[in-house]
Design a protein around this ligand. Sequence first.
Ligand code: 6R9
Length: 646
Amino acid sequence: MPDQDLYPVPPEWAKRARVDATGYEKLYGRSLADPGSFWLEQARRLDWIKRPEIAGDWSFAEKDFRIQWFADGKLNVAANCLDRHLAKRGDQIALIWEPDEPGEEPRRFTYRELHAEVCRFANVLKDQGARRGDRVTIYMPMIPEAAFAILACARIGAIHSVVFGGFSPEALAGRITDCDSAFLVTADEGRRGGKRIPLKANVDAAAERAPALKTVIVVKATSGAVTMHEGRDIWYHEAAESVPATCSPEPMGAEDPLFILYTSGSTGQPKGVLHTSGGYLLWASLTHELAFDYRPGDVWWCAADIGWVTGHSYILYGPLANGATTLMFEGLPTWPDASRIWQVVDRHKVHTIFTAPTALRALMKEGDSFVAATSRQSLKLLGTVGEPINPEAWRWYYDVVGEGRCPIIDTWWQTETGGAMIAPMPGATDLKPGSATKPMPGVDPQLVDTEGEVLQGATSGNLVIAKSWPGQMRTVWGDHNRFFQTYFTTYPGKYFTGDGALRDEDGYWWITGRVDDVINVSGHRMGTAEVESALVLHPMVAEAAVVGMPHDIKGQGIYAYVTLNSGETASSDLRAELVKWVRAEIGPIAAPDKLQFAPGLPKTRSGKIMRRILRKIAEGDVSSLGDTSTLADPSVVDDLVANRVV
Ligand code: 6R9
């Protein structure tokens, strides 16, 4: 069983929060007992053109497979995020933009201003011929115009497909082609950590391989040199000069597509995850409010990139639907130094920060002084998402960043789920470091064994979700059969998350990592996250990644990659010490068979460790590492290969 330290709900949170412990039990119980009336009531949080009279209509069974929510309702998502706030909070700041350069002025937009910007962008898209149902690829840096473009698509009923600005031309071309997108929005260049990213040049290269592309709208962000292609490319600022700042929102069915988001493929082609309008927005908005006890006036900062689902749901859709002030950051947490995040928090009086464990570990490695140099008095809540958070990083976040006063909201979810699925509520849920705690209303998680047998009580297994929820993805773009095959056939009748999890005696959920990352050592299951967590507990270790490797006797052995804190030196003594350390922390079964010191780990630009590459290296299969172009720093792979432990 994992670390069972309990951090009880602080009394002031129990008092002030929307939902306390009893409230949670009631809410959750009702959501499962009477989903029809529960969800129709929840649907009232949105502004409908036609209010729905049916809630969920779904079946995960092959013969009548379908997923629909609020199917008879009509709404416009952008109007929900903008227009409906104008009367009450038109002059409230909706969006704060913090630039890459710390010396540069932030930009701020009130709801009224954001509304006007989105309408202008919508009119430019329409002038270029974009219509309801058309796919618009958005390949943008983290600048306000990215938000305008996304919301403009929602306003006119076009389907946006945001491609992370760090992806290569090849990856971009594949995504344009897969959804047959004739329109693309980009910028001359992006900036991050003082470096320039040639977005427009990447688009030019991608366009050669993406014949579907007809129109490229270019936002001038850095004024860097670009080549404009006659007949294909237009400058946004020129096109926007002559369009009105109003544009009536297109009435959309709740089940009309809102966006496609390609998930970084661990195997095969990336999948175009499709989300629709009503259920998705409801889910983003409800989970933002409940998990973070969001209150009007709170300054909210989700530090993800807009190119990932976290950016979609928690920079834009959830917070804006709730009328929040949302912060968008162009830069990097470690640039110019490891104080930057906390300086931004102080500058904008941020109430809640929502970031990823990998960022926390990177900052933790630099030492506490960068945090201590800032005030952080405005912070009330700390969020995390993206991977299991190791208890050591959790405690650092809690003790050093939050100085023991801010509950940690560890949200487990996926691109496929639209928003948080398992997460605490600050006024209701006692916390355990490393546990995402309890399910959100309507979420029915179960554990199954490899045969699909549902497991009861405190145990571990494969995490499935037994019932549909409004934020669930509806299909894989262009391949409905792949959607069914990928998620509903492993355990028939249930949505399979691909994650393993553990449920403890208190009914708390602990995500142990992707099931494909679980190692089977001598018939015993070993979560890679658990071994990694043990390794990073060692005072000299900054980060660790563990994969399985073929082993003659045990079936699978454990191969560990370890990054040391700055200033520490690798040695064979330290290697032996770390193996002993894990043995002592978890048990002999978890002791790494091989341990390689690595100056860096291969990570996607969203911070996920590419285990596929680590597995190949561990297996000694270094000739077929596959595509490494989507890595944040492809050069780390060379070092890993050169120093492989044989
Ligand atoms: C939102 C997002 C989904 C996968 C998911 C799981 C891992 C996300 C987590 C977590 C443990 C958390 N994951 N949040 N694991 N604790 N709080 O990250 O979506 O990029 O699709 O990744 O990330 O393995 O299956 P996505």
